[in-house]
Each structure stands twice: as structure tokens, then as C-alpha cells.
Design a protein around this ligand. Structure first.
Ligand code: GUE
Length: 283
């Protein structure tokens, strides 16, 4: 038996068709959703993701603004631009692509974004709201994972969910979302003793560590749902996840591929958050 693939491209295409309809309806009422993306520096991976985000806007009928700054830009310039975008009523979402160069205080940048335009869901106020079970914007990657679990009809109530990775962007919000759906949640990380002991108990295993192919088939419970959040570039230029797909697919029940899994869903949820931010301006 090999696992069923949870196809992030197919699910994204379906969800984006729905989004495009809502975008058209809102635009007809005089509000075209608009996402502003700020990119500092020339990291090629970041440039690809930003391009995908702008293309996603175009294809669903949203407006986008893309501001690219040199890697040595004075942070004051970026803060001034964020203030301008915060004050612009035609802008509904603001995203500053991470990672930022070392001379930036990333946390201060994220806090400078108006919480009601923080479509990444990274502002402290929005993280607090998520923790309290009353989210304003759900961080896009974990949100996309929840949509994939829903599409795969994966039972969540009482399920053992194990997350490998504890980042602010993925691991921590992922734990909150699964907990809110009544999973029993375990968060593992680089200091965890006997990682495989934990992963082998998982009905739902989420890998978000950034180490190519570190989760192998022998670490997976037969029939489990395996969600691969990793995006690692191999020396040959190919993309691969944190899961060793070849061995994992022989054991798992459901599995997400890389590419074509969580990545496109992250962008779909970013578009969703931007649309919802725009819809709220009419309420
Ligand atoms: N403020 C901020 N928000 C983010 O959401 C954010 C960020 N910074 N920094 C970097 C990470 C990473 N991320 C991805 C988005 C799409 C793909 C994606 O589309 N992946 C395609 C392949 C893309 C390729 O060919 O490289 C796939 O998996 O099929 C991947 C990764 C968003 N991030």
C-alpha cells in the first residue's frame, strides 16, 4: 500500500477559483483587495516566493504592490514605507518578506505593521488573539495545513498530533490550531530526546524543521497523515521537504508532496486573508 497524496496545487486551484468570485463581487462594490509586499535584498528563494504571491494576486483579480529594497537599505526607509501603507485605505494587506538582513530588528518591523493589515498573522496582537481562540488572521502556512487536513477528511478530535519544529511562523501557531480542534499536541524540537519515539505515536505528523529528508519511513506510524512543511534546496537544485518521501509514502496513509503541497497552500491562504481584510472594510 502506498499513501494517498494530498495535492496542494489541486486544492489551491479549487480554493482560488472560489476566491476569484469573491474578489469580483467585492470589486463590483468598489473595493478591489490589495496586497503590498516588501522585499529587502536579493535572496533568490525569497524572490521566487514574492513572485508567486504577486502572480496569485493577479490571477484572482486582486491588486498588488511590490516594493524591493537594496540589501543595505536604511531600516528607517522601510519603516516609513510601512507607515505609508498602514495609512492607505486602498491597501488591505501588508507583508514584509522574511528573513530580513541582519541589520534589521525583524520583530520591530512586524510590530510596525497595522494589526488589521497583518495578513501574515505575525503581529503580537494577532498571535495573542490566536492563542485566545479568537484569531483575526491565521498565519498562512499553518492555516493551509488545516485546510489540507479538512480536504483529506482527517479526523482531528482526540488525534495524536506531533509537530517537529517550534518556530513562531509554523510550529507554535500550528500547535494552537490543532489544539483548538481537540488534538492531543506534542511539539518536538532540536533538543527533543528520542524524536522517533514521539513521531511513531503520531496520527498526524507535521514536519517543519528545515532539514532535508530527516523524517524517514521508520519514524512514521502506519496509516498516519504526514504533512511536510519543509522546503530545502538540494545541491542538484531540486526542492525537497523535511520528509523522505520515498520511504514515507510506503508507510503513511496520506502525505503531502514537496513541491506541490503546503507551499502553494501558503500563498492561497495569504490571498484568503487579504480578501477577508478587504471584506471587513465594508462591515
Ligand atoms: N513574511 C513572510 N511570509 C511568508 O509566508 C513567508 C516568508 N515571509 N518568508 C519565507 C516563507 C516561505 N514561504 C513560501 C511560500 C510559497 C512557497 C511555494 O510556492 N512553494 C512551491 C515551490 C516554489 C519553488 O519552486 O521554489 C511549492 O512548494 O510547490 C514556498 C514557501 C512563505 N514564507
Amino acid at each position: 500500500m502506498t499513501a494517498t497524496i494530498l495535492d496542494g496545487n489541486a486544492l489551491s486551484a479549487h480554493l482560488r477559483t472560489e476566491l476569484a468570485g469573491r474578489v469580483a463581487a467585492l470589486t463590483a462594490r468598489g473595493v478591489q483587495p490589495c496586497l503590498a509586499v516588501i522585499l529587502v535584498g536579493e535572496d533568490p528563494a525569497s524572490a521566487v516566493y514574492v513572485r508567486n504571491k504577486v502572480a496569485g494576486c493577479e490571477k484572482t483579480g486582486m491588486r498588488s504592490i511590490k516594493d524591493v529594497y537594496a540589501p543595505d537599505v536604511d531600516p528607517a526607509v522601510v519603516f516609513a514605507r510601512i507607515a505609508e501603507l498602514n495609512a492607505d485605505p486602498a491597501v488591505h494587506g501588508i507583508l514584509v518578506q522574511l528573513p530580513l538582513p541582519r541589520h534589521f530588528d525583524s520583530e520591530a518591523v512586524l510590530e510596525a505593521i497595522a494589526p488589521e493589515k497583518d495578513v501574515d498573522g505575525f503581529h503580537a496582537e494577532n498571535i495573542g488573539a490566536l492563542m485566545q481562540g479568537n484569531p483575526r488572521f491565521i498565519p498562512c502556512t499553518p492555516y493551509g495545513v488545516m485546510k489540507m487536513l479538512e480536504a483529506g477528511h482527517v479526523p482531528l478530535k482526540g488525534a495524536e498530533a506531533v509537530i517537529v519544529g517550534r518556530s513562531n511562523i509554523v510550529g507554535k501557531p500550528m500547535a494552537m490550531l490543532l489544539l483548538a480542534q481537540s488534538c492531543t499536541v506534542t511539539v518536538c524540537h532540536s533538543q527533543s530526546k528520542d524524536l522517533a519515539f514521539h513521531t511513531r505515536r503520531a496520527d498526524i505528523l507535521v514536519a517543519a524543521v528545515g532539514k532535508a529528508k530527516m523524517i524517514t519511513g521508520d519514524m512514521i506510524k502506519p496509516g498516519a497523515t504526514v504533512i511536510d512543511v519543509g522546503i530545502n534546496r538540494l545541491p542538484d537544485g531540486k526542492l525537497c521537504g523535511d520528509v523522505d518521501f520515498e520511504s514515507a509514502k510506503e508507510v503513511a496513509g496520506l502525505i503531502t508532496p514537496v513541491p506541490g503541497g503546503v507551499g502553494p497552500m501558503t500563498i492561497t491562504m495569504l490571498l484568503t486573508n487579504t480578501l477577508e481584510s478587504a471584506e471587513r472594510t465594508l462591515k
